[in-house]
Design a protein. Structure first.
Length: 699
């Protein structure tokens, strides 16, 4: 047996085995309105903790950069040793972050977020111990552990954001996560030198560890929020609904298969689209609750794909990211030196110019993200950003005929503003697009591969810069960077074309609201026959069969026949009394049915009698007089004998009295029906206002 439970405004079929689930109307009545994962407040909380996840990571990542002079001086590090320390974050991640992505797909976001924030903290604590003990090798170990946790944490954050904010909020949510990450970097550069002055190197690293605990707290809160959302979803989505989702997914899959030839991919795409949500209920759902993570072991759950199955679109996107990020990151690493030596800028101004990339990105990321959500065009903007990078590097590596380092003095500032805008565009459009071109079940793997490529590109570019600058100079390096950015732009053209031809331009489209949006979910449940939309069903039926409706139709009918208000009241009265209306009598005569003559009617004193039997002030209108051959049944009531109709003509009265057609003089009478008040309030009003009645009462 199934019953219908309330799902917000949705009536949904639920299993009777859970008669008082927390989502049942009864439970809702007792518990009041519960916070729903689709609430804006809830989703903002999720976004906040998701952003804070990597705050500690970015703060600590830039600690060596912020304290470069102090670290090298305090620990007596050579340039090689320092660079080895810094690059030990990236090198292992040319492989390790790929493994991390696989594990994230395997174990889910909640476990991964906690484990990875812990790993980042452990790495930072090891580094803190290392600088305290002045053990360089331990510093390397710490940076290694920190890097393994950190890059995978980036992947985890991206999968969380894409699952909770899939749809029309995706890019903006990514933008906010980038902003918080940038704030972590900027805070590190701006505060750590002062912190070092107060508490020394160990203290500065310890502050980083303290900030990492903030990220662990964020991970813990995320676990609670995500789990609660999942519980809500489980309560509100019966197993059959889940099964239906997968059925719909496979339909989508078949449609897409023709275009892509990849059945599994589209099945997973469909699952992401129907379960993300942001959540799944996310119901930002939009109402968005987080998308449901496909459960392993489920017969219908598609397995994560191997990287080789991720498709051309993904690989192009990853390559663009690798080229674009590697030039910017490796330029940032040497930017201060570059501006100082090549342009003669002061150390401070050089630092300011370099930091512009992060500063602009911090402000622009959410703005660009919001724009992408509103107008789409992620692919076009990624292409434009790569072109802007090309322009920026090209101008930085251009000199006038006299060998002066700039075509005009403002080149560094303008180029860095351009590069900042380009970097913002790349980071704001690349990651949301990445989540659109890979199936949800393989997102961790895909982002892991992309990050691994990015780390490989950045490490390689850094080595290239180190080996090239001394022999060929910075101009050469800038020109190579411009060339690499141009290649990225060409790949972006290819990527856009491929997406347009094979996938209908999905990366440039405006995404619809979360599928878990309540309205959409209701539509889906109703379409699947799992919910009853009682508003369309119940209200029209009620309206159609209501006494008011019947009376309105009847009145409209008689009005069309030219009956006035008084005539209709008379009809009401005749109907109530069970007396044949003159029209009826005429028709009966025409039909050859003999009706008693109207003159045989006694004065309807029975009306008064009937009224006296109705308590004053009673909400129940006076019942029509019960017609009975037995006066004993209704003492004081005069039976208008020979006036009751038993012929079909009685039905000429649209609202026959309960007693009509049951009493014809000389004929056997059926047992009297129980008294029942007239159902129409209009009839009641007519009755009360009837002048006949008034005259009867006065008599
Ligand atoms: N969840 C954020 C997506 C990554 C943002 C991106 N960072 C990276 O790609 C890191 N691999 C950078 C690093 O090496 O720290 C960014 O735009 O910062």
């Amino acid at each position: 047996m199934r019953n219908v439970a309330s799902y917000g405004s949705i009536a949904k079929v639920d299993d009777a085995s859970a008669p008082f689930s927390a989502s049942s109307p009864a439970a809702s009545r007792w518990s009041g309105r519960r916070v729903r994962p689709s609430d804006a407040l809830y989703r903002n909380a999720v976004l906040t903790v998701a952003c804070v996840l990597t705050f500690g990571l970015y703060f600590c990542y830039d600690t060596p950069g912020a304290l470069v002079t102090d670290i090298t001086a305090d620990l007596h590090l050579t340039s090689f040793r320092y660079n080895l320390l810094v690059s030990l974050y990236s090198w292992p991640n040319t492989v390790m972050v790929f493994v991390g992505g696989l594990l994230i797909d395997r174990y889910g976001n909640r476990k991964s977020a906690v484990a990875l924030t812990l790993l980042v903290l452990v790495g930072q604590l090891i580094m803190t111990a290392a600088v305290t003990l002045r053990w360089y090798w331990l510093l390397l170990v710490g940076r290694f552990v920190f890097g393994i946790g950190g890059e995978s944490l980036n992947v985890c954050q991206s999968t969380i954001v894409s699952r909770w904010f899939a749809g029309h909020e995706l890019a903006m949510a990514f933008g906010f996560s980038l902003t918080v990450s940038r704030i972590g970097s900027i805070l590190s550069f701006n505060t750590l030198p002062y912190v070092h002055g107060v508490v020394g190197l160990s203290g500065a690293f310890a502050v980083g560890a303290l900030i990492c605990t903030l990220s662990i707290a964020a991970a813990s809160v995320f676990v609670c929020l995500d789990r609660y959302a999942e519980q809500c979803r489980a309560r509100e989505s019966p197993p059959s609904a889940q099964a239906w989702r997968y059925r719909v997914d496979s339909v989508e899959e078949e449609e897409e298969e023709e275009a892509t030839g990849s059945m599994a991919m589209e099945l997973e795409d469909g699952i992401r689209e129907t379960t993300t949500a942001s959540g799944d209920a996310g119901p930002s759902t939009a109402t968005s609750e987080p998308p449901e993570r496909p459960q392993r072991g489920s017969a219908r759950t598609p397995p994560p794909r191997s990287p080789l199955q991720l498709g051309l679109s993904f690989w192009l996107c990853s390559l663009i990211g690798m080229l674009a990020y590697s030039t910017v990151f490796s330029f940032i690493a040497v930017g201060g030196d570059f501006f100082h030596w090549r342009y003669g800028a002061s150390r401070e101004y050089s630092g300011f110019l370099v930091s512009l990339v992060y500063d602009i990105s911090m402000f622009m990321a959410p703005l660009l993200g919001r724009s992408f959500d509103q107008v789409g065009l992620r692919g076009i903007f990624l292409l434009t950003s790569c072109a802007l990078s090309t322009l920026s590097f090209r101008t930085l590596g251009t000199h006038n005929a006299h060998g002066n380092p700039a075509l005009f003095p403002r080149i560094p500032l303008l180029s860095m503003l351009t590069l900042g805008l380009a970097f913002s565009g790349v980071s704001s459009s690349l990651w949301p697009s990445m989540t659109l071109v890979v199936p949800a079940a393989s997102l961790g793997t895909a982002l892991g591969v992309a990050q691994a490529l990015q780390n490989f590109g950045t490490s390689t570019a850094s080595i290239f810069v180190g080996r090239t600058v001394d022999d060929f100079g910075y101009d050469y390096v800038m020109k190579v960077f411009a060339g690499v950015s141009a290649v990225a732009a060409v790949l972006a053209v290819w990527w856009n074309l491929d997406d347009w031809v094979h996938h209908g331009g999905r990366v440039n489209r405006v995404l619809p609201p979360e599928p878990a949006d309540e309205a959409e979910l209701r539509r889906q449940l109703i379409a699947a026959g799992l919910a009853v939309d009682y508003v369309p069903l119940y209200v029209p039926v009620y309206v159609l069969i209501s006494p008011q409706a019947i009376d309105t139709v009847r009145r409209a009918y008689y009005r069309r026949l030219g009956e006035g208000e008084m005539g209709m009241r008379r009809r009401d009265l005749y109907a109530r009394l069970g007396i044949a209306h003159p029209d009826v009598q005429r028709k009966a005569a025409e039909a050859g049915v003999r009706l008693p003559r109207p003159e045989s009617l006694q004065r309807p004193t029975g009306i008064s009698a009937a009224m006296t039997t109705t308590p004053r002030g009673s909400a129940t209108p006076p019942a029509a007089p019960i017609v009975s051959a037995s006066p004993a049944r209704s003492p004081g009531m005069v039976v208008p004998s020979a006036t009751r109709l038993s012929t079909p003509m009685a039905s000429a009265s649209p609202t026959p009295s309960p007693g009509s057609g049951r009493s014809i003089e000389g004929q056997p009478q059926p047992p009297p029906l129980p008294r029942r008040p007239p159902s129409s309030s209009l009839l009641h009003r007519s009755w009360k206002e009837s002048p006949v009645d008034r005259s009867n009462r006065s008599s």
